[in-house]
Design a protein around this ligand. Structure first.
Ligand code: 13P
Ligand code: SF4
Length: 367
């Protein structure tokens, strides 16, 4: 059924000004820095990274490898020296995702894997809300984000005060927050979800109505899959909202055999044209199982590169959109992060206790 209501900042005349965030990104600690290693392309570097080039040779031209390989080797050595792990989202570029990440995946996989980390340091190659989630689940570890400006249009669309206003308007209605929210918002809600488990999370509450925020399009996708009445927020992903149904129809007209799969952050007219809708991990699993000849992934550009690196026989058409926030993470700033131990994500302890509860409730849901 369609979503029951949709609200945004303009619907609340008493909406307070945004408060100062209670999560922080601390600069590198003084005295912690290690010296910059040599980043020369040498026969030794070529040999040491040859097995990594094998993983990305279908998506990174040989001429570009000498520019990347010395930094990749230095990062992998520093990870050992620092006892650090790198968690990378599926939207990270192939040289990060396939060559320096220890764990890659969608938001749910990264959150679950974050609960199992043994290392002292987590370097989050993704956006700020992902680093916050890792910190919530690992309060005693150092969590670093290579560029603190890696934000998200969804996380920026709503504040903790907005959630309190929604609760006043709909007393007793439970609130589900997409993980693409700040810790401040997570602290105000009943449970989190990702695009992998959104329908399951909504139904787990056994309520006739649920407030689902902040993604209006993920909310309408969930509403189409459940009888629970969904009250939504007016947020949107700036990457997925740009796709159109017309774009997908033209692709199909040009080649009726093409398979098109889309992320549920896309608008409903886009999802109506897709052969499959799922989170980034569900999309990857679908491609592994179906092995289509020609494929379009209606999502962030690096997804197609990362899948093509693994499955070169699947021909990718790439009408993708780049996420400017994900693309702030580079080999150069990952290296910098490991050298200087900056920039560290911290969350005020009282806020962290409440936000952690919402994330853990989601992780502890039975499959
Ligand atoms: P998933 O990888 O969980 O599908 O999320 C997509 C996304 O946009 C993350 O920012
Ligand atoms: Fe946020 Fe969209 Fe970028 Fe994901 S792709 S980080 S949802 S702006």
């Amino acid at each position: 059924m369609p979503i029951t209501g949709i609200y945004g900042p303009d619907d609340f005349t008493n909406r307070p000004q945004a408060q100062t965030a209670r999560t922080h990104v601390m600069p590198a600690r003084t005295g912690a820095a290690l010296p910059m290693p040599s980043l020369e392309w040498t026969p030794e570097v070529e040999q040491a990274t040859a097995h990594l080039y094998e993983r990305v040779k279908h998506v990174i031209p040989p001429i570009e490898w000498p520019l990347m390989a010395p930094t990749i080797k230095a990062i992998n050595e520093l990870k050992r020296a620092r006892n650090a792990v790198i968690l990378a989202h599926n939207y990270q570029t192939p040289e990060i995702f396939h060559c320096v990440a220890d764990i890659g995946g969608d938001s749910l996989q990264l959150a679950v894997e974050a609960t199992k980390v043994k290392a002292d340091i987590i370097v989050q190659c993704g956006v700020h809300f992902m680093a916050e989630t890792s910190k919530l689940l690992n309060p005693d570890k150092t969590v670093l984000i290579p560029d603190q400006r890696a934000g998200c249009s969804l996380a920026a669309s709503i504040t903790g005060a907005d959630v309190r206003l929604l609760r006043e308007k709909f007393p007793g209605v439970p609130v589900v927050a997409y993980v693409n929210t700040s810790a401040e918002v997570k602290a105000e809600v009943d449970i989190c979800c990702t695009s992998s488990n959104a329908v399951q999370v909504v139904e787990s509450l056994n309520a006739p109505s649920v407030i689902f925020l902040p993604d209006r399009y993920l909310a309408s996708y969930v509403a189409s899959k459940t009888d629970v009445k969904i009250i939504a927020w007016k947020g949107a992903c700036e990457v997925h909202e740009r796709f159109t149904g017309d774009e997908l129809r033209s692709l199909r007209e040009a080649d009726p055999s093409v398979q098109i799969i889309a992320h549920p952050e896309c608008p409903p007219d886009v999802l109506a044209e897709a052969d499959f809708t799922g989170s980034t991990a569900h999309m990857i699993n679908w491609v592994r199982a179906k092995r289509p000849k020609r494929l379009v992934m209606i999502t962030e550009c690096s997804m197609a590169d990362n899948v093509h690196a693994e499955l070169p026989d699947v021909e990718m058409l790439r009408p993708c959109n780049l996420c400017p926030h994900m693309k702030r993470i580079t080999l150069a700033n990952i290296l910098e992060s490991l050298l200087t131990l900056g920039e560290e994500v911290t969350i005020e302890p009282e806020l962290a206790v409440r936000a952690r509860r919402s994330v853990e409730r989601m992780i502890n849901l039975k499959n």
